[in-house]
Design a protein around this ligand. Structure first.
Ligand SMILES: O=C(O)CCC(=O)C(=O)O
Ligand SMILES: [Fe+2]
Length: 347
């Protein structure tokens, strides 16, 4: 059940980095993780084991978004450039009249291919990544970061397992191979005086990303120093989640609520517009495409399960129908090509 939190808790993962850690200490940490996931659904993670040099990571993101618009379009999903083959991975441009105001580039596991389970629908959820030409460093750094986030995602799921009295490695086979997505995001500066119809939330906040809950399991977000992320508490109040050095912001998606039979909360969040460009890099830690999400036994209430089982891949396809980056609408193609570029300053 969500609560009237006034700030995001900080979870110190140092015990996970200690090879001599005792089972009692792990249990204590697992209980903290569970409590946070049951009440706030959002936290900062510090002392994690991802080799995270924020400056370098954001330089990598900036390098991508600074590519010529035409080069980015070459990597765009088929929804935007019908002659391209990639349907699920790749670039999406800022869209006119969108309630969000962002461009992004998405990659999946380098182990994609046939190993994630069976294929689902007209979007190929297991297609190979596309990469900018002549930028081997970009691919290498992105893949390293993807692997680091995957390790951290697995560690968090082992804390969840311990907290419910399950085997520590209960979730591991369900996340291997993972259908996770790493998304580089660039929110161009947006001012109140913007010509295009800027999005305002019901409290009149000008937004760059409209309010939503994430759809999957666990999100690990790395954000730059600009700020703007806000998280809604149980009273409806928006609580800022500013940059904390070398941390991740962790939050849960709707499927985690389902998996825990309603115990863990997928908390609403949004991004306020600023007059500066903002970069963020969410990593959506997801299971195998064929993983069946059935409420966990220890989460049942007197044996009662409140949610029917759903397969991860099918759930994603259902959600995609509502995501603007996947609207199969020829109008969209015309719309976005009117937007020639959103230059980003390269530091
Ligand atoms: O950019 C952010 O801070 C949040 C992004 C987000 O919520 C999302 O992509 O789901
Ligand atoms: Fe989100």
């Amino acid at each position: 059940m969500s609560t009237a939190f006034e700030s995001l808790p900080i979870i110190d993962l140092a015990p996970l980095q200690d090879p001599q850690v005792s089972p009692e200490t792990l249990k204590k940490l697992a209980a903290t993780v569970r409590h946070t996931f049951e009440t706030v659904g959002f936290a900062y993670l510090v002392n994690h084991n991802v080799n995270l040099n924020h400056e370098e990571l954001f330089d990598t993101a900036r390098e991508f978004f600074a590519l010529p618009h035409e080069e980015k379009l070459h990597l765009a999903k088929k929804t935007f450039v019908s002659s391209n083959n990639n349907t699920y991975r790749g670039y999406f441009p800022v869209q006119k009249n969108d309630t969000s105001y962002k461009e992004g580039f998405e990659v999946g596991s380098s182990e994609s291919g046939d190993s994630l389970g069976e294929a689902f629908g007209k979007f190929n959820l297991q297609e190979h990544n596309v990469w900018p030409e002549h930028q081997p460093e970009f691919q290498k750094k992105t893949e390293e970061y993807f692997d680091g986030c995957t390790r951290l995602g697995n560690q968090l799921m082992s804390m969840v397992a311990i907290s419910f009295g399950l085997e520590e490695d209960y979730f591991e086979p369900l996340f291997n191979p993972t259908a996770s997505t790493l998304r580089y995001l660039h929110y161009p500066a947006r001012s109140v005086k913007a010509e295009d119809s800027a999005t305002n939330d019901d409290d009149d906040a000008l937004l760059s990303c409209s309010k939503h809950t994430d759809s999957g399991i666990v999100t690990l977000l790395c954000q730059d120093t600009v700020g703007g992320l806000e998280v809604q508490n149980s009273l409806g109040k928006w609580i800022p989640a500013p940059y904390v050095p070398e941390s991740f912001v962790v939050n849960l998606g709707d499927l985690m609520t389902r998996w825990t039979n309603g115990k863990f909360v997928a908390t609403m969040h949004r991004v306020r517009a600023t007059n500066q460009d903002r970069l963020s890099i969410p990593f959506f830690f997801e299971p195998r495409l064929d993983c069946l999400i059935t409420p966990l036994q220890p989460c049942l209430e007197n044996g009662v399960s409140y949610y029917s089982p759903v397969r991860y891949g099918e759930h994603v396809l259902g959600k995609m129908a509502t995501w603007v980056e996947y609207q199969d609408d020829r109008e969209t193609e015309t719309n976005h090509t009117q937007i020639t570029a959103y230059p980003i300053s390269v530091a």
